[in-house]
Ligand binder design. Structure first.
Ligand code: GAL
Length: 656
């Protein structure tokens, strides 16, 4: 387990670098990231490269045995380049040029920009490929599914569509363009969606545009990665992502990159709603699930956030260390804190790093020093892995399509995934959040919320899983759309009908209305947002509606299919239902539960094949006491324990 920091040598007087490196080394920092925004310093004029300052910084860190992740600064082309080639400036969805002065203004499909980006990457690699201090490369910064509507992007989109559908007629057919006389008679009429709400526009076009922009981002990353690999085939390459806004399809983006790196900014304000305690654990499990292996945190919360928003409250005592350790427990091997010191200049002056503007060691710095020591104790977890019995399937395309066409008030694809994730987390289970086309055979239980967009490969994968004895949970709004994001003339959930042994005869998007359901054991729960009215063929009811018009009709079903079982949830419930349901499912599939976990405590169990370590993290904001099923040895406190007392954000690890 390695702790590092993000450092911007170009933003500080060079006389500070050595002192900073010396303090970092003393504190336990093992790695720094630099360079990702420094294009104008590395190439101050067209074709004139200056590495002298960067060499000096890298060499200083190397002398203190601090390794470097080098950022390739393609996110921030310098102003001379925009001036010389204004055609590389991104055009927004409203058709107007993005104003300069912030960052990420470039069109990643522009061949001119790509030439400059390639040249920059080649020069950086020529210069640093033999430098042993540089142990990883980061492409760009927080690449999204870039939405540029310049002529180059439009033409590329058109060609990309023709490649896929053969002809304009093929596109018309796939998109159902006869609606509202939207038929193209010439390729030049194809336009990206406008900046009107997506729900007013053709959903097929919107989804293909997402696929195209996502593909463009992945393609750019691939090109840069290949340059890095040409010079240093063994050095790992990544790009860093966040989980908000217009993210690219993670599976596609990281397909050819070596590892996932995440910008981890958990909420500073503890929510009053205990249901959201585990939301962040979901993000971390998703990051591990993208490549189904350990990942890095490239930017970790270190202080009050601000700049893009008004400043958040300061980090509570224990938070800086706790959130960093939490990430490690979920599979982050390396965590770099954003940033060493808070910027004195630029737009992010109030986005706090570890040190404040004053540069005087503060509470956060002392906590960070503790963290560096703690990370060394965590080396016991090196070479251990999280092996999960439960998988939750995350489909970026279903997420997007449901965003374009909100199904009812407050309906959220991600909330459904998080509701299941929270319920299993509450029982101390390991959970993988993975792609619907991953290998499912190793899981005892697979949860597939709202698989809205059909994908033949994924559907077959899910059938195969159940046929071979797996237990599946599918939910409402599954099987609604074909691969073009058009509705299907069949009763829902179309391709999954046979699997769940039931069909939806009618649905009711009840939005914020509240109904109730009663399960087979007589427990009553609130349901909201959606009611599927189900006709059972081979399934049995697990729960029925218990109020209103649908009283006594099945709301949740269970179907034995070949060697497996498929549940279907026709509604959306509150947290207490998911907990009760998760508890039953775990019992049936023989997944062990940790009983008596206080709310907000997260557990991951890691194994190296011989020993098992149970890792606890208190994310509740209150001190908690956790009974252990038997006395166990705490790796952190070097003593045997039969219960753990954890302060807010504290971690403990026991050997099983
Ligand atoms: C990230 C970004 C960083 C910095 C940070 C501030 O999204 O990659 O460069 O802006 O947010 O929180």
């Amino acid at each position: 387990m390695r702790i590092g920091v993000d450092y911007y040598p170009e933003q500080w007087d060079s006389s500070l670098w050595e002192k900073d490196a010396e303090i970092m080394a003393r504190t336990g920092v093992k790695i720094v990231r630099m360079g990702e925004f420094a294009w104008s310093r590395i190439e101050p004029q067209d074709g004139i490269f200056d590495f002298s300052w960067l060499d000096k910084a890298v060499n200083i860190f190397a002398r203190y045995t601090i390794k470097v992740v080098m950022g390739i600064p393609t996110n921030c082309p310098p102003l001379w380049l925009y001036e010389k080639h204004p055609e590389i400036i991104r055009i927004g969805m409203d058709g107007s040029k993005v104003q300069l002065g912030i960052r990420g203004h470039r069109c990643i499909n522009s061949p001119v920009f790509r030439n400059y980006a390639e040249r920059m990457t080649n020069e950086l690699l020529k210069h640093y490929s033999m430098n042993l201090a540089v142990v990883a490369w980061q492409i760009d910064n927080e690449m999204r599914a870039y939405q540029c509507t310049c002529d180059i992007c439009k033409n590329k989109f058109r060609t990309w569509l023709i490649d896929k559908y053969d002809s304009v007629d093929g596109i018309n057919k796939a998109f159902g363009n006869c609606a509202w006389s939207g038929e193209y008679s010439d390729i030049s009429q194809i336009q990206p969606p406008s900046d009107y709400p997506e729900s007013w526009q053709n959903p097929s076009l919107c989804l293909e545009w997402y696929r195209f922009t996502s593909y463009s981002t992945a393609d750019f990353a691939k090109e840069m990665m290949l340059i890095v690999k040409k010079y240093c085939p063994k050095i790992p390459v990544t790009t860093n992502v966040c989980f908000s806004g217009n993210t690219a399809n993670f599976y596609e983006l990281y397909d050819l990159l070596d590892f996932v790196s995440y910008n981890n900014y958990p909420p500073v304000r503890i929510s009053d709603n205990p249901d959201s305690y585990y939301s962040h654990a979901f993000h971390l499990d998703l990051m591990r699930g993208i490549k189904e292996k350990h990942f890095w945190i490239m930017e970790q919360l270190s202080g009050s956030t601000g700049g893009w928003t008004p400043m958040s409250p300061a980090l509570k005592s224990g938070m800086l260390m706790g959130y960093s350790l939490q990430a490690m427990l979920h599979g982050a091997d390396t965590v770099l804190h954003f940033r060493w010191r808070t910027a004195l200049t630029g737009a992010e002056q109030f986005n706090h790093g570890i040190l404040d503007h004053s540069n005087v060691p503060n509470r956060r710095f002392f906590e960070f020093s503790e963290l560096c020591k703690r990370a060394e104790q965590m080396s016991v977890l090196d070479n251990t892995f999280i092996i999960s019995d439960i998988a939750i399937l995350y489909s970026p395309e279903s997420e997007k399509a449901l965003e374009y066409q909100p199904q009812t008030e407050n309906f959220s694809y991600i909330h459904q995934l998080k509701a299941f994730h929270a319920a299993f987390t509450h029982f101390g289970a390991n959970i993988d959040v993975i792609s619907p086309d991953s290998d499912l055979t190793k899981y005892k239980l697979v949860i597939a919320p709202s698989l809205f967009i059909n994908n033949k490969k994924e559907t077959e994968n899910i059938y195969r899983y159940v046929i071979n004895g797996g237990t599946l949970v599918l939910t409402n709004r599954s099987g609604v759309k074909d691969e073009h994001n058009n509705c299907i003339m069949d009763s829902l959930p179309t391709v999954f009908k046979e699997l769940i042994g039931a069909e939806v005869t009618e649905y009711d998007p009840i939005g914020n209305e509240v109904h109730t359901i009663r399960d087979f054991a007589g427990n009553e729960f609130v349901c909201t947002q959606w009611c599927d009215i189900l006709r059972l063929t081979t399934a049995k009811a697990y729960a029925e509606y218990n109020s209103g018009e649908y009283w006594c009709m099945p709301a949740i079903t269970l179907n034995r299919y070949c060697n497996g079982v498929a549940y279907y949830i026709g509604t959306v419930c509150h947290a207490d239902f998911y907990e009760s349901f998760a508890s039953n499912l775990m019992m049936q599939t023989r997944i062990p539960k940790l009983k008596g976990l206080p709310r907000g405590v997260e557990v991951t169990t890691r194994t190296d094949g011989t020993d098992e370590y149970i890792c606890f993290f208190n994310n509740s904001g209150n001190p908690v006491s956790i009974p252990l099923p038997k006395p166990m040895y705490s790796v952190i406190n070097s003593m045997g324990r039969d219960k753990l007392e954890l302060r807010p954000f504290e971690v403990d690890i026991v050997r099983k």
